[in-house]
Design a protein around this ligand. Structure first.
Ligand SMILES: [Zn+2]
Length: 241
């Protein structure tokens, strides 16, 4: 998502590839108002920054990990988004972690997103009753062997994502949100437990204190719209012709 041009490219989950979509211009045509285009995860990261500031005081810097249909992160430092040179900062869902893993929508094999996202869980543990992540977690807790293995894979992928954020950005807070985070602290505790297991053989990993830095914000909180308003205020909108 290019907020200056108002364009979208490589939104692979919604079928937009290299050809791109001139979303800002299209919205202006439809709505006849000035618009600002921002990536949904980055908008939600700005929303999380605002939410935490109101709840418990300002945060110096935060990483926002969205665990929904896809997996991606946003970074906010002193209230400002870090988008990166090519606007792909935080697309950590497409870091491959398992060469034996499934093929990802991006074309690579074993991406974090292909293993641990909401859509990956839907594929691994399809259910008619409520969210598949809750069903998989409940089945794993109840001792179902297949569910335990699959849940361990999901948590393994998410703990890699959290570790990546901690070691690249070293943020004060790592926010977990998106559809899978409706599991609440159950999710945070499972990731923290996995990281603590890994820390048994790595004093360095233990020193990162990741459990206390992770915060779950329920996906019912409208972080995206809150952040979109903040982004639009801070940015130069795509203007009416
Ligand atoms: Zn991928």
């Amino acid at each position: 998502v290019d907020p200056l041009l108002g364009t979208v490219r490589f939104a692979v989950n919604v079928g937009i590839g290299d050809e791109g979509l001139d979303l800002g211009a299209r919205l202006i045509d439809e709505l006849a108002v000035n618009v600002h285009i921002e990536n949904d995860v980055r908008a939600a990261a700005l929303g999380a920054d605002w939410y935490l500031a109101n709840e418990s005081g300002p945060v110096n810097d935060l990483a926002y990990l969205s665990i929904g249909t896809g997996i991606a992160a946003g970074f906010v430092e002193r209230g400002r988004l870090r988008r990166g040179n090519g606007l792909v900062a935080g697309e950590i869902g497409h870091i491959p972690i398992d060469p034996q893993g499934p093929v990802c929508v991006c074309g690579q094999i074993g991406c974090i997103e292909a293993i641990a996202s909401g859509s990956a869980i839907d594929r691994l543990w399809p259910t008619e009753e409520g969210p598949s992540a809750a069903a998989l977690q409940a089945a794993a807790t109840n001792g179902d062997g297949a569910a335990r293995r699959l849940w361990a894979g999901v948590i393994g992928g998410l703990s890699r994502a959290v570790l990546l954020l901690a070691l690249t950005w070293d943020p004060e807070v790592i926010v977990l949100s998106g559809g899978v985070a409706s599991l609440g602290d159950v999710l945070r505790d499972a990731i923290a437990e996995r990281l603590a297991q890994d820390a048994h053989h790595s004093e360095f990993l233990g020193s990162l204190d990741l459990r206390t830095r992770m915060r779950v914000i329920d996906p019912s909180v409208a972080l995206g719209p809150i952040g979109a308003v903040r982004a639009a205020h801070a940015a130069r909108p795509v203007l009416l012709p």
